[in-house]
Design a protein around this ligand. Structure first.
Ligand code: GUN
Length: 283
């Protein structure tokens, strides 16, 4: 049996259709969701991501501000901009693209973003609220992973989910979200000694370890859903996930490709967070 391909592009397009309808409704009430994106420096990958976020704002009718700052920008200058955006009523979401240049402390910058405008879900208060299960803005990639699993028609409740990777951006929050959906969650990482033994028990396998083609069919339980969060640039310039897609196809029940799986969901979840922030701002 060959696994089903989970088409993140199609799911993302469908959610964007719903967002567009919602924006039109909000505009009738005089509300236009607004997103400010800040890029410091010249990282080529970051430039592409920021361009995609700007494009999504334009396509969905959001108010959009993009600040492209030189890598000589001081931390004080960046913090002053964030303070200004925190007070701007037409901006409901603020995203500072990471990584930042070495001389700027990432933590000081994330901490400075108003909690209610932190559409990345990286502020410690939003992270804490996710842990407790209180209302918060959820980090975009983990939220996209959950949405993809649900829209693939997979019941999460009662299942064994195994997450490979323990980053603050993906591994930790996605584990918390899966648990919140009533999965039993096992977290693996680069130092896990019996990894295959654990992943072979996974009904849901989420891979975010940052190593190209790390997971092959020997990791996968027959019929499992495999979500690949990896984005690795190979020496030949091609993009590869953390999962060897072709190899796991024969064993898994459903798999996300790279590109075209989790990737397209991330910006869509960002747009959804911005709508949520806009709605909350207008009570
Ligand atoms: N750099 C890579 N991924 C992300 C993300 O999700 N948010 C931000 N702000 N920067 C990133």
């Amino acid at each position: 049996m060959t696994a089903a391909k989970i088409d993140g592009k199609a799911v993302s397009a469908s959610i964007r259709g719903q967002i567009l309808d919602e924006v039109l409704e909000l505009k009738k009430q005089g509300i236009q969701p607004g997103l400010a994106v800040v890029l410091v420096g010249e990282d080529p990958g970051s430039k592409v991501y920021v361009g995609s976020k700007e494009k999504a704002c334009i396509e969905l009718g959001y108010y959009s501000e993009v600040h492209r700052l030189p890598d000589t920008t001081s931390e004080e200058e960046l913090l002053a901009l964030i303070d200004k955006l925190n007070h701007q009523s037409n901006v409901h979401g603020i995203l500072v693209q990471l990584p930042l240049p070495k001389h700027i402390h990432e933590k000081s910058v994330i901490d400075a973003i108003a909690v209610e405008k932190d559409v990345d879900g990286f502020h410690p208060i939003n992270v804490g609220n996710l842990m407790i299960g209180d209302e918060s803005l959820l980090p975009c990639t983990p939220a996209g992973v959950i949405e993809l699993i649900k829209r693939a028609g997979v019941e999460i409740s009662g299942k064994h989910a195994v997450v490979i990777g323990r980053s603050n951006i993906v591994g930790k929050p996605v584990s918390m979200l899966l648990q919140r959906e009533n999965a039993t969650v096992t977290m693996c990482h680069s130092k896990t000694s019996n990894m295959r033994e654990l992943t072979q028990q996974a009904d849901i396998l989420v891979v975010a370890i940052g190593r190209a083609n790390f997971v092959d069919h020997t990791f996968v339980k027959p019929g499992a859903i495999v979500i690949d969060v990896g984005m690795n640039r190979l020496d030949n310039g091609k993009l590869a996930g953390d999962v060897d897609y072709q190899d796991v196809l024969e064993v898994a029940g459903a798999v996300t490709p790279v590109p075209g799986g989790v990737g397209p969901m991330t910006i869509t979840m960002l747009m959804q967070n911005t709508i949520l922030a806009a709605k909350r701002a207008h009570g």
